[in-house]
Design a binder for this molecule. Structure first.
Ligand code: SF4
Length: 396
């Protein structure tokens, strides 16, 4: 069943953008056409994974029953010796890059070559940074799962590093053109990864980082405070509830421009040729009735008012017509201003919350002989009565 599927960041984002698109992707499993920039991202991620995996020191404590999340102050380990694994040479890295290249979805051979060169530059630049700032990965491409207050979530985390303070840094590589610190600060993806790491490791998450590979810039932010995680949990909860109740309505918006499912989407599908005439007639009839709707409403109101005035003048509530009888009915509504009634009740030792300040409760109070007469009189005076007359029709 769909509700049992653990939710990933992209699944949550897709559902919030458009539940129908989510259904096409995650339930119907309709594949999307490959795109060059996705293939490019996959290739780069794979090379970094292969290259950094030998450097992993699995020194972070994973959670187990009875082990609670520790704080940064509790770290006593220090960073110790450099990682045991050997860093590849640039040539080895580029050889793997060529082997792992995913050729799908590029617009043309020129487009693919341009991306290939960009990837080489990116990887060589990244490799050079490793000598200056050797990473301390405790996990690479970690697939983590957790139940977040009852909601199953999961994610593949590019890298988790040990920080000099003994905490953990959660990193996500980005190959996109532009990326700002704001993106890192607002990233729900990083926030969800923080939750996953906190639930799977007992060492504290200290930093969340989007690593912009084109500029070789780590955009670092502190771990999210509880309020930010609560706000994300609320949105994940909306998605989980929506999926559980099979709510898959399309929500058209800017995202439709890049949606491959427009041909299947009721917002964009065309009426079949052989149905057009019948549907067009229905639409025309609907327009016609809609136009008369307002006119009829006005006429109905004016007639009811004329009938009311004449019945009032004659002092009658039953007015026979040729096919039935019109019955004049009365509806009474009372309103009591809370700012007047509240203090009155308080002054008589009746807390408004216990009595109730809705009009039904107050009208009961006015009629209750056990309540002080003075209070009942003053509450009644504070109230305003509104009478509305309406007509019912009875067949002859
Ligand atoms: S075309 Fe727009 S509304 Fe329709 S499924 Fe795609 S994103 Fe949703």
């Amino acid at each position: 069943m769909a509700a049992a599927q653990p939710l990933s960041y992209s699944s949550v984002r897709t559902y919030l953008e458009c539940p129908l698109r989510w259904k096409f992707l995650y339930i119907d499993k309709i594949p999307e056409a490959p795109r060059g920039y996705f293939s490019f991202g996959r290739t780069i991620h794979s090379v970094l994974e292969e290259m950094l995996r030998p450097l992993v020191e699995p020194s972070a404590r994973t959670t187990a029953v009875g082990v609670s999340q520790r704080t940064l102050d509790e770290w006593r380990g220090g960073l110790g010796a450099p990682p045991p694994g050997r860093l590849w040479s640039p040539e080895e890295m580029l050889e793997t890059y060529r082997k792992l290249w995913v050729p799908d979805g590029y617009l043309s051979p020129e487009d693919e070559s341009r991306y290939k060169r960009l990837g080489e530059e990116m990887l060589l630049g990244f490799h050079a940074t490793l000598g200056v700032h050797p990473p301390r990965p405790v996990a690479i491409e970690a697939h983590l799962e957790a139940r977040w207050d009852g909601i199953p979530v999961h994610g593949y985390i590019d890298r988790i590093d040990r920080t000099t303070n003994g905490g953990l840094e959660v990193l996500d590589y980005k190959t996109s053109r532009e990326l700002s610190r704001e993106d890192a600060v607002e990233s729900d993806q990083l926030a969800l990864y923080q939750v996953l790491v906190e639930k799977n490791f007992s060492d504290p998450v200290e930093r969340l980082t989007l690593y912009h590979l084109r500029s070789l810039t780590p955009l670092r932010t502190p771990a999210r405070p509880k309020a930010a995680l609560d706000s994300l949990h609320e949105r994940v909860g909306i998605v989980s509830d929506g999926i559980r109740s099979a709510a898959y309505e399309p929500t058209p918006g800017r995202q439709c421009g890049r949606c491959e499912f427009r041909g299947r989407c009721p917002e964009f599908r065309e009426v079949p040729e052989n149905e057009r005439r019948k549907m067009s007639e229905l639409v025309d009839r609907f327009r016609e009735l809609r136009a008369r709707e307002g006119e009829l409403e006005r006429e109905l109101k004016a007639t009811a008012e004329a009938l009311h005035n004449e019945a009032e003048r004659l002092g009658v509530h039953r007015v026979p017509g040729s096919q039935g009888v019109a019955l004049r009915r009365r509806q009474e509504t009372w309103t009591f201003p809370a700012e007047v009634v509240g203090p009155l009740l308080e002054a008589h030792g009746l807390p408004p919350a216990s009595v109730g300040v809705d009009s039904a409760s107050l009208r009961r109070l006015i009629r209750d002989p056990k309540i002080d007469g003075e209070l009942r009189r003053r509450v009644a005076e504070a109230g305003g009565r509104r009478l509305q007359w309406y007509w019912e029709l009875e067949d002859a």
